[in-house]
Design a protein. Structure first.
Ligand code: 4AD
Ligand code: MG
Length: 475
């Protein structure tokens, strides 16, 4: 019977015959094979009696070789593992040239592994990250299903720009060399969909339509942004979770966001403790190489518990602005960007100061200046701010962005005009306010940002299998 290594490691050894299949991590002294199959961060040790073994097979065993091993499961005599397999039979699936195989049994830099993203999943670190990612994604569905949300799939190809930021990838079948023209401009009526289309930046607008019928819905799918942000927190293709709830106001929305992230992080602690402990150890060593003021003081698992156990701090934009302005003036903290104009966008240095120094816990900022946020956010009575909220996390900054939506047709149309959003193109969206409108709210969680936080990694390129970033679409 073939078992996963994860299952084998839980068995009571009593000389039973078992089969394990996987990839060789390491082969020592012509005797000890460390085998891994991706089911757990732990390897199983397989011991060969090389004097009585076919030499031609032993020669083929190197790091990266794929094979099937049959043998007896016994208590291990050596230290470092409880059980091991006494090998009786080996079937080699694929050899791996020891000199050329990029994944050597040693620590590689994350830069090097990014260039070998097709093989990096064979390392313990990427195995751990991707298992945590998978569990987080399961937890997302589990949470919303338990809370009576319906999962909806919104389109990937779309003609609207939900965020109004113009950061979209065009989708076209027109010939780039000689597109059809009309008055010197490209004639998109001749394109596949008879209009300009793009990859979606957010499924929110369509999710709103479904919330106003199904009540509580969520999306979980890929989104695309053509923003030229080459940072450790931005991807051109990322996965986003967008819940949208009828009859929720901003306060309900914030409460749900807090409950949601705490739930999925707790789920990871309960279900991925081996992987978390491995990463904690691996990254702790990495931290030591950083300058002191950039080091994470908390170790990974404590950092997750810290978020789960603490109530998020809530503060309005205006109050946050006052704190930052005072602190800019006091020269208590040298900001690169001074905080002096109400209405300005906070930079990541400001957000990090609030979260990591001033409050020392996750912070929810709400009621942002209306001009800095998207057209669909609900205008507050002060007419200066909108019912928006951002959840900020230590080390990451913005992890969630959301708002109560403008449900009043007239106010929405005004805001669309101000933002230059065509109400002709979004006629369907405005009709949601014409026929049975209700107060409603929602938010978006960048999936890779929470994976980044949960794994303690530093670069978002290392928490998605094949990252897409400016100038890079390899693999
Ligand atoms: O704040 P954003 O742009 O909000 C929206 O898209 C809304 N439609 C969400 C909603 O209300 N339904 O993006 C939401 C989140 C951010 O907080 C961030 O976590 C993530 O998506 N995000 C990115 N993650 C990786 N790479 C990028 N380029 C990202 N841009 C946003
Ligand atoms: Mg945002």
């Amino acid at each position: 019977m073939t078992l996963l290594i994860k299952e084998i490691l839980k068995l009571k050894p009593k000389n039973q015959l078992i089969t394990a299949k996987g990839w060789v991590k390491n082969f020592r002294a012509n005797k000890f094979i460390s085998l891994n199959d991706g089911s757990t961060v732990q390897n199983i040790q397989c011991v060969i009696d090389f004097e009585n073994f076919d030499e031609s097979i032993i020669k083929k065993i190197t790091s990266g070789t794929s094979l099937s091993i049959k043998g007896k499961l016994v208590f291990s005599l050596g230290s470092g593992q409880e059980v091991e397999i006494l090998v009786e039979n080996i079937k080699i699936y694929g050899e791996s040239n020891a000199e050329k195989y990029p994944i050597q049994p040693k620590k590689h830099s994350f830069e090097f592994l990014r260039e070998n993203a097709h093989l990096r999943i064979r390392t313990s670190t990427f195995g751990a990250i991707m298992r945590i990612r998978s569990k987080l994604s399961y937890a997302v569905h589990k949470f919303f299903q338990e809370e009576n949300f319906q999962y909806v799939n919104t389109p990937i190809i779309t003609s609207n720009d939900a965020e109004g930021a113009g950061e979209m990838f065009r989708v076209t079948t027109l010939n780039a060399k000689s597109p059809p023209l009309i008055k010197n401009n490209v004639d998109f009526t001749k394109d596949f969909f008879s209009k300009k289309t793009h990859l979606t930046v957010s499924g929110q607008l369509e999710a709103e339509s479904y919330a106003l019928g199904l009540g509580k819905v969520y999306t979980f799918g890929p989104t695309f942004r053509a923003e030229n942000s080459n940072t450790t927190r931005h991807l051109s293709e990322f996965w986003m979770i967008e819940p949208e709830m009828a009859f929720f106001d901003l306060d309900d929305n914030i409460k749900l966001a807090e409950k949601f992230v705490k739930y999925i992080l707790s789920f990871v602690i309960e279900n991925c403790i081996d992987d978390l402990s491995f990463l904690e150890e691996r990254l702790h060593n990495e931290e030591k190489n950083k300058p002191k003021n950039e080091r994470n003081e908390l170790k990974l698992i404590n950092k997750l518990k810290f978020v789960i156990d603490n109530e998020f701090e809530r503060i309005s934009y205006s109050n946050a602005f006052e704190i930052l302005k005072k602190c800019s003036k006091n020269k208590k903290k040298k900001f690169k960007f001074l905080v002096n104009d109400w209405g300005m966008d906070f930079q990541s240095e400001h957000e990090r100061y609030l979260v990591e120094k001033h409050f020392n816990k996750p912070v929810v900022i709400f009621n942002y200046p209306s001009k800095s946020k998207a057209f669909y956010m609900r205008l507050n009575d002060d007419k200066k701010t909108v019912a928006a909220m951002d959840v900020l996390f230590p080390g990451i900054g913005e992890i969630i962005g959301g708002s109560q939506r403008e449900e009043r047709l007239k106010v929405l149309k005004n805001r669309m005009d101000q933002f230059g959003v065509s109400s002709k193109d979004l006629l369907w969206y405005t009709e949601l306010r014409k026929f049975g409108t209700v107060p409603h709210s929602g938010f978006g969680l960048g999936f890779e940002r929470i994976v980044l936080f949960a794994t303690g990694m530093n670069n978002i390129r290392d928490v998605i299998p094949f990252p897409r970033t400016p100038n890079n679409a390899l693999f």
